[in-house]
Design a protein around this ligand. Sequence first.
Ligand code: 3PG
Length: 233
Amino acid sequence: MPHIYLNQSSLTAGKGGGTLNIMTTRTSKVIEEIKKYKLVPVLVIERVEDAVPLAEALIAGGLPVAEVTFRTDAAEGAIRRIAERFPDILLGAGTVLTTGQADRAAAAGAQFLVSPGFNPTVVDHCLSKGITVVPGINSPSQVEMGLKRGLKVLKFFPAEVSGGIAMLKALGSVYDVDYIPTGGINAGNIRNYLDQKRVIACGGSWVAKKDLITAGNFSRITELCKEAIKLIG
Ligand code: 3PG
C-alpha cells in the first residue's frame, strides 16, 4: 500500500482549511521522486562554478538528483545555480544544521532538506514552513522523535557504523517508518541496502567524490552514475 507522507505542518495547516493537500502533495512528490531514483548523490562543492558542470554530469549519468551539503561556503550559491539552470533536477540541501541554513537553502531552490542528526528546532522550523525535511537518526529514540512529528521517512546516518542492515532490520520490526541510509554506502553494498523493505533510497558520495569535482573530472562522475544505475536497477 502506498504511504501517505504527512508532516506536522500539513496537519496543523489542515485544521484551518485548504493547505493540507498542497503541503502533503508537495512532500510526497519529493519523496516519491527520491524513491524513483533510489540513489541521492551527496555532493561537497567547494567552488560555485563547479555546480553546473557537476549537475550536467549527474544528468548525463541518469541521476538528475542531488543533495548539496552545507559544508562549504559555496553550497548556497551552488544550489541557486543548479536550481536556476536545471529546474527539473531533484535538488536537496544536506548537512543543514541551523534554521538559518534551512531558510537559505530553501530560498536558493532546495526542494528538500537533509540533516545528519535530529535537531528538533530545525525539524520543527522546516515543518512549520512546509519544507520537506529528512532528518538523520540512528536510534529508536530518534525515530520516535520523527514519528511524534508525523515524519514517515528518515535518513539513517551514519548507516554503516550505526549497525548497517542489522540495525535497519531491528528498527523495521518496530516502526512504520522508511529510511534513506547514508554514510558508508558504495557500489559494493548499495544493492543490499536497497533490498531491505524499509529502504526507499540511499544517499552516497561515491559517485561524485570531492576530489573528482575539484579535479573537474566530470566525465568520470557520469560514468560512476551509470555504473551505479546498473547496480540499483
Ligand atoms: C553525508 O553527508 O550524508 C555523508 O557524508 C555521505 O556519506 P558517504 O560520504 O559515506 O557517502
